[in-house]
Write a protein that binds this ligand. Structure first.
Ligand code: HEM
Length: 307
């Protein structure tokens, strides 16, 4: 396989109907590292919205069991990506998310905002640090993938195009990013976790943190009251990622897909896992649990998936 063969393949797929295949190729073969990094940084953006950051702080999960939260997030979303939105494992993953979210009072706008980070932030990351740019077909395909996921999550008034997602995200951040001690605690805890991921664990944590802050924009840093890095720190961090991209361009094509469970960052389940048992089962959850699984007749939030 030659370097641009997968790009040729995604460009032959129809982004209106074959968006799952496009999203899968991008996330597991063309840009697994970049999309993983971008989504990790996207997490920080969601914490900077106080209604989101505070809720995640109040569950205690992101400060007490941050590794498990990180792992479960990746594994649940991967079950959907790998097997498809309407497959049994995909439906189990979506059902788990809906049960967790259904236990809290979460606004549709916050849901739309988090969805828009999945669409926009990886595209922006790849534009800056990818070994190649995304094609229009790939951007439309990814957008449609998350639109479909959002629909199964019961999210209303989902933006229709990539550009509409971008506008929604930028406007939402301008209006909502604000300091909140809970959001800051969750951000600190996640940053501490990122420092332990290989190969970051080989460098001093202080260096990894400076590198990470240098990749954050000013509104995000201000929302956590993190000190703005120097121009030099920004140039060095961004330059290192751009140099990596130039190198990766010469790598061979990844023929074996890399899923979240293959990442060294995911460490909670050395002996395997079941999608139905991932995530949290909040005490406020109105769902009855039997032996760690959920009674199917009693789902917390009824969505398009259940229809
Ligand atoms: C498209 C939007 C969203 C997606 C795809 C998504 C995805 C997920 C996933 C995969 C999990 C399970 C991971 C785990 O076990 O920690 C999860 C859990 C959770 N999510 Fe979301 N989420 C979205 C929006 C939101 C929003 C807007 C909020 C809050 C305002 C939120 C709050 C939570 C909470 C509280 C949990 C349970 C974990 C805990 O107790 O801390 N999510 N979400």
């Amino acid at each position: 396989m030659r370097r641009f063969d997968l790009r040729r393949r995604t460009d032959r797929l129809d982004p209106e109907t074959q968006y799952e295949e496009i999203a899968r190729i991008l996330a597991t073969q063309e840009f697994p590292w970049d999309i993983n990094q971008a989504l990790s940084f996207a997490l920080f953006r969601t914490y900077a919205v106080p209604t989101i950051g505070r809720l995640l702080f109040e569950t205690g999960e992101f400060t007490e069991r941050v590794q498990k939260r990180y792992d479960d997030t990746g594994l649940i979303l991967d079950a959907v990506l790998e097997n498809g939105l309407t497959s049994d494992p995909g439906r189990a993953g979506i059902r788990r998310m809906n049960q967790m979210h259904g236990s809290y009072d979460i606004s549709n706008d916050d849901m739309r905002y988090v969805l828009s980070t999945f669409v926009v932030i990886p595209e922006r990351w790849i534009e800056d640090f990818g070994w190649r740019k995304l094609t229009r077909n790939e951007i439309v395909g990814t957008t449609n993938y998350y639109r479909a996921l959002g629909k199964y999550m019961g999210i209303k008034e989902i933006p229709e195009t990539f550009e509409a997602f971008e506008k929604f995200l930028d406007d939402y951040e301008r209006e909502h990013f604000l300091f909140d001690s809970g959001g800051r605690a969750v951000a600190d805890s996640t940053l501490d976790l990122l420092c332990t991921f290989p190969p970051n664990n080989l460098a001093p944590a202080a260096l990894i943190k400076r590198f990470s802050w240098a990749l954050m924009d000013d509104p995000l840093l201000d929302a956590f009251a993190y000190r703005r890095p120097s121009r030099l720190a920004r140039t060095l961090s961004r330059g290192a990622l751009k140099a990596r991209a130039r190198l990766v361009r010469f790598y061979p094509v990844r023929t074996v897909p890399k899923f979240a469970r293959d990442l060294p960052n995911i460490r909670s389940y050395p002996n395997g896992y079941e999608v139905e048992k991932l995530g949290t089962f909040p005490r406020t959850c109105p769902v009855q649990h039997t032996n760690g699984t959920v009674a199917p007749e009693n789902t917390a939030s009824r969505t398009a998936l259940d229809a």
